[in-house]
Design a protein around this ligand. Structure first.
Ligand code: MG
Length: 354
């Protein structure tokens, strides 16, 4: 039994001066429909089709407009983008099924150890979301989980070759518009920090295989592996980044960036210069992703949430938490429009309106 509820959602119009200036396109924010869907394969396919219309919710459009103006006035050199990876840059549904995560796609070529990692998942994953365990205790449990998993990857003889094959055979896919977003930001020298509690080496392989290019402005802040000359995993660099410490402090914990992207010969912004960029566009699919900007003394932050599933129960909390909420596994097109608006300077605005 499936159902679809069609609601006319009350959105707030931008003030008239914005409409008249033409500096802000209305299209990313004003699709006044919210679809609630549940059900099986056919519904999911329909949901994917409905993404073309990119349903979006803005809780407080006046506040959003103030933030857009503040970031635009400060200039693009003050802006950075902080993004979660799984189900934020990547799609939630792929061909009607739940898309794989960067962590979940890994088959280390050793079924016994794949099973051991799965058993760890089944034990620790419920603890991660348990409402009765304190954050301190959960943090210890997550350190334990990640430590054991990394140990199994080493013990089970993971090779880089297995990572390449796992990515090639996976169902992971980027949202439409991610390449355009990265290209636009690269052209403006705006850094993108991708925060993940997964594995940097897998994310980089996904970028390589699925986008077929690398970007000098993209940094992966995640757990990084060390391989020997034969491509066998030896160890991990830096401190472990897990689901509960995936925040801007992770920048200081993370191993050096871009070790494996040999085609990047230009030094990217170091951590200090990233911290000078005090305006933030944050992209995430969990409310906890908002913590990715913890530790950064930001002036203005625009948060974009992708609410991919369980919309009926989660919409209120997402609308409270994020400035903009995209529904139903939406493409990245609206975010591309948003960043182009954030990078318009006064001269651009004058040109557009003259
Ligand atoms: Mg995610």
């Amino acid at each position: 039994m499936s159902y679809r509820l069609h609601i006319i959602f009350k959105t707030l119009p931008f003030p008239s001066n914005v409409l008249h200036s033409q500096c802000i396109s209305l299209s990313p924010y004003f699709t006044p429909r919210v679809w609630f869907c549940s059900g099986g394969f056919r519904d999911r396919m329909e949901m994917e089709k409905s993404c073309i219309s990119s349903e979006v919710v803005v809780g407080d459009s006046e506040l959003l407009e103030k933030k857009i103006n503040a970031i635009r006035s400060a200039g693009q050199w003050k802006l950075q983008v902080i993004a979660d990876f799984d189900a934020t840059l990547t799609k939630y549904w792929v061909n009607g099924c739940r898309g794989q995560s960067s962590h979940g796609l890994l088959q280390q070529g050793n079924p016994e150890y794949d099973l051991k990692r799965q058993e760890l998942f089944e034990y620790y994953h419920p603890l991660e979301f348990s409402p009765t365990i304190s954050i301190e205790e959960k943090t210890k449990l997550m350190e334990e989980w990640w430590g054991k998993t990394h140990g199994l990857l080493i013990e089970g003889g993971l090779t880089y070759d297995s990572i390449e094959k796992s990515v090639a055979n996976s169902s992971i896919a980027f949202r439409e518009g991610v390449i355009e977003l990265f290209e636009f930001l690269e052209g403006k020298d705006i850094p993108i920090l991708i925060f993940s509690a997964g594995l940097a080496d897998i994310i980089e392989e996904v970028l390589r295989q699925k986008l077929h290019k690398s970007f000098k402005n993209v940094k992966i802040v995640s757990n990084r592996m060390v391989f020997d000359d034969n491509g066998h995993l030896l160890s991990f660099k830096g401190k472990t980044i897990h689901s509960l410490n995936k925040n801007e402090h992770a920048l200081d914990m993370a191993a050096p960036l871009h070790d494996r992207l040999g085609d990047i010969d230009q030094p990217t912004d170091d951590n200090a210069s990233v911290k000078m960029r005090t305006n933030v566009l944050l992209l995430g699919d969990h409310i906890g992703d908002l913590r990715m900007s913890d530790g950064l003394n930001y002036e203005t932050r625009i948060s974009v949430g992708f609410l991919n599933d369980n919309i009926e129960n989660s919409l209120d909390s997402y609308r409270e938490a994020f400035d903009i909420v995209y529904l139903n596994d939406a493409p990245m097109t609206g975010v591309v429009k948003l960043v182009s608006q954030l990078c318009l300077n006064g001269a651009d605005c004058h040109t557009l309106t003259s």
